[in-house]
Design a protein. Structure first.
Length: 254
């Protein structure tokens, strides 16, 4: 792998691997969950790939991995950081969607709550999947991430019933997982720190200064496999009260 050391900045909108904190581990946990539903012959599309670390991680398990995002900056960072023969990144326009029935699986983690038209998002994902292809999609629980936190980058948060209802109009929902954090104090601490940093620009600058001094361990071979994610777990029991909802879905046109 060719890699270039590119400076990434945390703004609260996207996770960056330099954080190496609760939020980073919970994001990587979802990509590790996806491994169960792919194989080395799969073609994978990662919608809302951000700076590409999750797409890169899964590229080791599939034939082809494509990461897409609406952010020019995020895709530019991904292209500079992660270069493999079976891996590519694209800036996309939802009105000029370039894929049609090309992929065996689509991952779409923590994107649903950022868009004003989730039905359009689901429709273009559906068009991208082969028949009987799978979608793994997640969103935060409104009871955890709603009025209490008021995350400025979220257009809307959802209850489990709302989430399943909307996604179920486009896909067969095969399984509903709840993602939880074993150590609740870590979640509260990271929410508090991140909330302060987003509220006070000076704290965000200090946080990014600390991040810039960290070694870029995520560029080391096997780094993401070594990231401990045992403080996160997925369960189909009482998902409505979990921190996040993750749906395993299937496209079925027959």
């Amino acid at each position: 792998m060719k890699s270039k050391s590119e400076k990434l900045y945390f703004t609260g909108e996207r996770i960056i691997p330099e954080l190496e904190n609760y939020f980073f581990r919970e994001h990587i946990s979802r990509y590790k969950l996806a491994i169960k539903y792919i194989n080395e012959g799969s073609d994978l599309l990662d919608v809302g790939c951000g700076n590409g670390y999750g797409t890169f991680f899964l590229s080791s398990y599939v034939r082809r991995a494509v990461g897409v995002d609406i952010s020019d900056e995020a895709v530019a960072q991904a292209e500079k950081l992660y270069q493999l023969p079976n891996l590519s990144f694209q800036v996309i326009d939802k009105n000029k969607w370039p894929f049609a029935e090309e992929f065996d699986i689509v991952t779409c983690f923590e994107v649903f709550e950022h868009v004003s038209d989730p039905e359009n998002l689901l429709e273009i994902i559906r068009k991208s999947l082969k028949n009987r292809g799978h979608l793994l999609i997640s969103t935060p629980n409104i009871d955890v991430f709603g009025e209490k936190l008021r995350i400025p980058f979220h257009f809307k948060e959802y209850s489990l019933r709302e989430f399943v209802d909307i996604v179920g109009r486009f896909f067969v929902v095969k399984a509903v997982f709840g993602q939880r954090q074993k150590k609740a104090w870590q979640k509260k601490w990271n929410f508090w720190i991140s909330g302060l940093a987003m509220k006070f620009p000076i704290l965000m600058r200090i946080l990014n200064w600390q991040i810039s001094r960290k070694p870029k361990r995520y560029l080391e071979p096997g780094y993401f496999e070594r990231v401990r994610t045992d403080d996160n777990y997925f369960s189909t029991e009482h998902p409505e009260s979990a921190d996040y909802f993750v749906l395993l879905c299937q496209k079925n046109t027959t």
